[in-house]
Design a protein around this ligand. Sequence first.
Ligand code: HEM
Length: 332
Amino acid sequence: MATLASNTLAAALAATIAVGVPTWVRAADAPVPVQIVDALNKRFGVHPGFRANHAKGIVAEGSFTASPQAAALSRSPLFAGAKLPVTVRFSDSGGQPDVPDAAPVANPHGMAIKFHLPGGAESDIVVNALKFFPVATAEEFLALQLAAASSPPGASPSPQLKAFLASHPSVAKATATVGTPASFAEEQYFGVDAFVFVNKAGKKQAFRYIVAPEKIVHLSKEEAAKKSTDYLMDDLPARLAKGPVTFHLKAQLAVPGDSTRDPSQAWPDDRPVVDLGVLTIDRVVADSTAAEKKLLFLPGRLTDGIEPSDDPLIAARDAAYAVSFGRRSANP
Ligand code: HEM
């Protein structure tokens, strides 16, 4: 039932082949997803067993119950009405497993959702707190990581980073859309990439996911500076001990003329937003460190009734995540 964006398996294979080869041999002529993981490793260091990006996280479990509106938009089994178990991983940005949760580099925070369908199939949604993405293509993402790697944190930007930021104003614009959240439960997350619903009649509708909390709370710089290194990771189990945390899964619907190709361009705020259902987080798993190592979330792991759009980032992300997974699994 679950389908993958077409080149994911090829990329996973390439990743498996690439795993045993040292970085300096792969370098320039390696596929772009491999170069991206190398660039993330260059920027954040190699941390065996950890994700190349969003390395620090916490795994929780709960359920999803769809709304009737969702079933009208898509024939996906996600929206057939059954209460589905979910596994969710919240994360800090960046490839450092010990990053302080309130550090600017830990923004945007991330959320990855795995739906467990009847019969054993899985489907994933991978979202973050950026309202739109800093760049539009995998090649630009690679150039951004290399530019950032050339500029040590805390120092003034290197000429390479300065030049990239000057030629890509979308980076500053996108970064300005994030804040430091008080809790993973009090942050709003965006799908950024466009997908396409297909309903029972075959009607198609392009959309972007939004995962909305009950309330959004962002910290001031002063408040963030006082937070402990692991305040987000500590908050979630403490909060769940008192009761479940809920989010609404929503879809922002495109209207004719809205481009689905460019994840660095937000659609206007007046586009209709449909409530797809309620996501309830009940508990943190017993051993989050062990659980996260086995988990792989892929934005292109879809079901019938949800298709990738022409946004090139979806396949590029699937491929890069597979490369990162291949390496972290080979070096636990
Ligand atoms: C060219 C664009 C992108 C590239 C190359 C990229 C790369 C990566 C890589 C290599 C990982 C580690 C995967 C793993 O080891 O399992 C990762 C994780 C992640 N990325 Fe991206 N990313 C991109 C865009 C995005 C976007 C647009 C979002 C959100 C809208 C996003 C959200 C996340 C999240 C939440 C995780 C952590 C997933 C988990 O918990 O397993 N990324 N990314």
